[in-house]
Structure formats: C-alpha cells, structure tokens
Ligand binder design. Structure first.
Ligand code: NAD
Length: 441
C-alpha cells in the first residue's frame, strides 16, 4: 500500500482522497484552508456530497485517512502526490493557474525522495510541462526525483463517490513505466474490477478531459436549442429527448433541456477549450457556439418569468426554488440561478430563495436576499415562483397547496419537472423549456 497526499481538499480532492484511502492506501488530504481542515478534523464534512460523510468516518476510524495544513508533514514522505486545487477562470477569461503554481512550488520545497506527481485538476493543455519546470526549479533536496502524470478526473458532483468508484475509464498520461506501474497500484481495486485504464501522453490526457467536458456542454446547448424550437412549433422536447436518447449512438444522458449549464467545470472548461483553439489557429466553432447558446439560454429564462409577470419585476417578490447548479450538491458556482437573481434584483424585484442544501453557499454571492427554510416559506405571498434546480422535493410539490401560498399562480419550471396537465388543471399561468404540450399520462 502507498502513502498518498492530495493537495487541495475540495470536491475532487476530498472525494478522491477518501475513496483512495478506502482502497487501503494511507492518504493525507492537505489544504491551505485552516477552517476546512479544522472542520474535517472535528468530523464535519465541509461540502454536501451524498455518501461522503460515512466513507470519511469509515476511513479515518481505520487510521488510513488524515487531514493537514502542514505541507512538510503532508508531502515529505508521499509516494504519490495528487494536485487537486481549483483552476477557475481569471478576470481576463483565461484559466487562473495561481493555485497550480503554488502547489507545484511547495512540492519542490518538500519532496525528499522519488515521488510520482499527478495532476487531477483540469489544466490547460500544455500545463504539465510548466508544472514539471516549476517543481524542478523549486526543488531543494537533491535526492528528490519525480515522474509526472496527468490523471484527469471525470466525477460529477452529486454522484461523485459512485463515479469515482465505478468510473467509465481512468486516463493516465505520462512517459515513465515506473510511474504507470505505481498508478496502477493506486487504482488497484478498480483495475481488478476491470475498469479500463487508458495510458496516454501527458498532452493527450489533458486533451481528453477538455474534449469530453466540452462535448457534454455542447450536447446540453444543442438540446436547449431544440427545446426552444419545440416551443415555436408546438412540439414536446421531453418526447423528442426520450426518442433521441433511445438511439445508442446518441444516449439519453445530458439530453435534458433546462436553464443552461452551470457548475464549476463546464463554463470554465468550454471557455478554456475555445481559447486553446483560438490560440492555436484552430477555431473550435461548435464550442464557441455552445458557449453563446448557453449564455443566451440563461437570459432567456429571465425573460420568460418577466413575461409571465406582465413584463416587469418592479416591486415583485419572486420565489426561487433551487440555487445549486444541479441537484444533490451545495455547489452554486456559475449556477443559472445567479443570473436569474441578479436580473430580478437589478430590475427592482425581491427574491425569496430556498435550496435544500445550498442556501449558505449562495449567501457568499447574494448576502442580502431573503433566504427561507422551506419551499413553502419561500412561496408564501410571492408574486411568482421559478424552479431552478431539479431537487426531488420540488417534483413532489402539491400544486393546489402551492397556489394557495402564492399571491398569484405564476410559475416558471426551468427543469420541466412539474406535470403540465396538473398546472393547467390548477389554473397556473406557467412556462417551461420546450414542454408546453399535454401528452403526458
Ligand atoms: P474546490 O474549489 O472545491 O477545491 C480546491 C481546494 O484547493 C480548496 O479547498 C482550496 O483551499 C485548495 N487549495 C488551493 N490552493 C492550494 C494550495 N496551494 N495548497 C493546498 N490547497 C490549496 O475545487 P474542485 O471543484 O475540487 O476542483 C478542483 C479541480 O478539479 C479543478 O481543476 C476542477 O476543474 C477539476 N474538476 C472538478 C470537478 C467537480 O465536479 N468539481 C470534476 C472534475 C474535475
């Protein structure tokens, strides 16, 4: 069994580190955030991810999983160091590599023996080379040697543990057989379950991650445009998606129309991928279009509720149900609800917001809107309601009861989760995304 350290204990680092400790390796999750590590040491889990708390408890109790703010104790004796820090978009629209660079620097500062350095963060194609250079110039201990691996992560928030433990593929990019063998040992239990490991060069591994994410984002933008056309032509996007998805060449995944993709990955990864194309004289026109379509889709949702409200948000209270960018996570980064709330506030409206787990995350962005503890509280005396996230508890909303809470029965369902027939029967003035037909049983 190996000594493994994760630099960065966020959605990816904490889930991957915990899962790898569950394979039997000794894992230290290191982070610069003192508060995060303090909470983890106290048995608190700083993010919402189904199943994570139990897995952390199991592996800390077994003496295999540790948390630390101390770089020396975390890095000096590691066989493998995973870099899992954030790679957000900077203000200039390009990927901000500050966290990656500081992680590479401390690796150089503290490794003391042969170590495999493995990047899990999504980094622009070509970054591997830069990380190697930074480590080499920071390296203090002459005995310290290393091999570099790119090992992009494909987990999805909300089903991250399942995705990590049952991945469709594991991509390992590098140029050292010794390092490949060590990585195979790290992923040993998964390998025994025959999840395919694909060995590539570093640049190919980096490319696979961007090409995959950009493709999924493209698929979402495509189905959103089809949904918008369904609205004009009286077709039903749910039936269109279902029938399309039954074609094995298309697949039903990422084929649901909605308010536009958000989250910490698709928006920044599509921007970076498009920029990579521009910089290298190979415009990726499909992805340029997917980005535009997505921005338009978010604005389109605002327009829809504005129209339902008679053309103005002025002095109106809008209940926003769902703040997370999708269900089963507390992550609100780039969530479509941000644009929705921003526009309502800019145009003189008020927001009652409720999310089953993401109220606190959204308080960092909008400290002054009215956060409520239930959908019922959020809707009480509101002028209209918008469903922004497909939480199961919103699927079961009693429309009769909802109507009795609202000032007026006005509803926008950006996730197409409420039955049109029942909305009509209850006298709602409503809209959704390409689904205004009543074929449902
Ligand atoms: P995150 O923001 O949740 O976590 C990043 C963590 O890194 C934070 O806790 C931060 O304090 C820590 N950090 C920053 N600099 C550090 C340093 N120098 N030393 C130690 N810790 C440091 O980010 P995330 O969502 O886990 O994403 C991490 C990377 O994985 C990104 O590149 C992202 O694109 C990629 N990724 C994310 C997902 C996802 O679903 N979130 C999926 C696949 C890939």
């Amino acid at each position: 069994m190996k000594n493994v350290t994760f630099i960065g204990t966020g959605y990816v680092g904490l889930v991957s580190g915990t899962a790898i400790s569950d394979f039997g390796h000794k894992v230290i999750c290191y982070d610069i955030s003192k508060e995060k590590i303090k909470r983890l040491k106290n048995g608190e889990v700083p993010i919402y991810e189904p199943g994570l708390e139990e897995l952390i408890k199991k592996n800390t109790s077994a003496g295999r999983l540790f948390f630390s703010n101390n770089p020396k104790e975390s890095l000096a004796n590691a066989d493998v160091i995973f870099i899992a820090v954030g790679t957000p978009l900077g203000k200039d629209g390009k990927t901000d590599l500050t966290y990656i660079e500081s992680a590479a620097k401390i690796i150089g500062d503290f490794i003391s023996t042969y170590t495999v350095i493995c990047t899990k963060s999504t980094v622009p194609i070509g970054t591997g080379k830069k990380i190697i250079d930074i480590i080499n110039s920071a390296k203090k201990d002459r005995k310290a040697t290393f091999d570099y691996i790119s090992n992009p992560e494909f987990l999805r928030e909300g089903s991250a543990i399942k995705d990590f433990l049952w991945p469709d593929r594991i991509v390992i990019g590098g140029n050292s057989q010794v390092a490949f063998d060590i990585m195979k040992e790290i992923y040993g239990p998964l390998f025994k379950n025959k999840h395919e490991i694909i060995y590539t060069t570093i640049a190919t591994a980096e490319m696979i991650k961007y090409a995959s994410n950009a493709f999924l984002a493209l698929k979402i933008s495509y189905i959103n445009e089809v949904a918008n056309l369904c609205e004009s032509l009286g077709a039903d996007i749910k039936q269109v998606s279902k029938a399309m998805g039954q074609d094995g060449r298309i697949s039903p995944k990422f084929l649901h129309s909605g308010p536009g993709y958000g989250g910490s990955c698709f928006p920044k990864d599509t921007e970076e991928f498009a920029e990579t194309g521009r910089k290298n004289g190979n415009l990726i026109r499909t992805i340029e279009a997917a980005i535009k379509t997505n921005k338009y889709q978010k604005r389109r949702m605002v327009k829809k509720i504005e129209v339902l409200l008679g053309g103005s948000f002025e002095s109106k209270i809008i209940a926003i149900l769902g703040l997370a960018f999708k269900s089963n996570t507390d992550d609100v980064r780039e969530s479509a609800s941000i644009e929705m709330i921003e526009s309502i506030l800019e145009k003189g409206g008020y927001v009652n917001a409720f999310d089953p787990v993401a109220n606190d995350s959204m308080k960092n962005i909008f400290p002054d809107i009215f956060y409520k503890n239930s959908w019922e509280e959020a809707c009480k005396d509101a002028d209209g309601v918008v469903i922004m996230t497909e939480w199961n508890e919103f699927r079961g909303i009693s429309l009769k009861y909802l109507k009795s809470l609202l000032k007026a029965p006005i509803l926008l369902d950006t996730r197409n989760i409420l039955p049109v027939k029942k909305l009509q029967d209850n006298g709602f003035l409503f809209d959704n995304v390409g689904y205004n037909q009543t074929h449902e049983n």
